[in-house]
Design a protein around this ligand. Structure first.
Ligand SMILES: O=C(O)CCC(=O)C(=O)O
Ligand SMILES: [Fe+2]
Length: 360
């Protein structure tokens, strides 16, 4: 991979943030109006803090399925799922497991202390650190758009009212060595995030994320376009604009399609397990999202999520109906009914019943 391949996604340094604020704001606005993706370096989060979060993530995913299943995904984007997130762009479940955590209303959703000691305080600490960094970046966006500085931070940050919807998602993409997958299987199928701003942490060498800049039309999945890989570096945070900020900025900031492919047979170096951690800054449930030019009608954070979930469910149902009417002539698994890859079934891996109620 030449370094040119990575130039589409610019790296922005936050060094000397206070003194360089105007310059950084311009760089963030340029990246977000053109590409929708950028990486951050010199961001101030210590490598030890990131490594510690990944260590707890690995410990969580190493627990038995019985223990992880004690906190199953609920309808509010919290909890554990395995091979259950169906993307409308593919109709198959992502080949991954994830654990989603939030600041508020998490009663009964944290793993028990005897199952995984210190998980809750460690994850709450990490969420707070990432949210704090997000605030800096979201303030720059407000400034760049000529809005009151606290527009997006007041709109997303937990204030003790318990209406935060921001989510930390721990992701584990399984080892694919020696396994065959059909052409329509993905570690994460093409999608755009539903949130305001996503911050994604990766491990050195555990790549696979690709972005499709310039392609965001709600309901259109950006297939067959030009995809650019994003380098996996543990010292850089990958950031992207989500659908909420695109709407809140009257489409000036772009929510961009991205995906994670299943490593090909010849990519032996990429076939090991991949871990990543995403923090989704979501609009609070009661906050009203509307751009300065009122391009779209007002919508609350809660309504936004409900509509996005309903749109995904409809797209999945349509894909399933279409697949069943053409199944006799297509050599493909029925959409929205993920087929267990033969080799995964052969080694007895569990495939959870599908659920589509996952945001982003
Ligand atoms: O793991 C990754 O690299 C991307 C994950 C992602 O896009 C998501 O969870 O929304
Ligand atoms: Fe995403």
């Amino acid at each position: 991979m030449t370094s040119d391949a990575y130039q589409t996604v610019p790296c922005i340094s936050l060094r000397d943030f206070d003194e360089r604020r105007a310059e950084i704001t311009k760089q963030l606005m340029d990246a977000s109006t053109l590409v929708g993706f950028f990486t951050l370096c010199d961001h101030g989060i210590l490598q030890e803090q990131i490594d510690e979060a990944f260590a707890y993530s690995r410990r969580f995913f190493a627990l038995s399925e019985d223990i992880k299943a004690k906190t199953p995904l609920n309808g509010r984007n919290m909890g554990w799922e395995s091979r259950a997130q169906v993307r409308p762009s593919t109709g198959t479940a992502d080949m991954k497991e994830s654990m989603q955590l939030q600041f508020a209303r998490m009663e009964g959703m944290w793993p028990a202390e005897e199952d995984l000691a210190s998980f809750r305080p460690q994850m709450e600490k990490f969420m707070a650190i990432v949210q704090q960094l997000s605030v800096r970046v979201m303030e720059c966006f407000a400034e760049g758009l000529g809005l009151p500085l606290d527009t997006f931070t007041e709109g997303t940050v937990e204030t003790g009212k318990g209406d935060s919807q921001s989510t930390l998602r721990l992701l584990h993409y399984h080892d694919t060595k020696g396994k065959e997958f059909g052409p329509n299987f993905w570690r994460a199928g093409a999608h755009a995030d539903f949130d305001v701003l996503t911050m994604l942490f990766q491990r050195d060498g555990e790549g696979g994320l690709e972005v499709c800049p310039g392609r965001k039309v709600v309901g259109d999945y950006g297939m067959g376009n030009s995809w650019t890989p994003v380098e996996a570096r543990s010292d850089r945070i990958v950031c992207n604009i989500g659908d909420q900020l695109m709407r809140w900025s009257d489409d000036r900031l772009k929510s961009t399609y991205h995906r994670v492919g299943i490593p090909k047979q010849h990519q032996a170096w990429a076939q090991g397990p991949r871990y990543s951690i995403a923090f989704f800054n979501q609009a609070r449930s009661d906050i009203v999202i509307q751009g300065p030019h009122k391009k779209y009608p007002p919508i609350t954070g809660a309504e936004f999520i409900q509509q996005a979930l309903a749109r995904n469910a409809l797209a999945n149902a349509e894909a399933a109906a279409q697949a069943s009417s053409t199944r006799s002539v297509l050599d493909a698994p029925p959409a929205a009914h993920p087929t267990v890859p033969q080799s995964a079934a052969a080694v007895g891996e569990h495939v959870a019943p599908q659920r589509a109620a996952i945001v982003a």
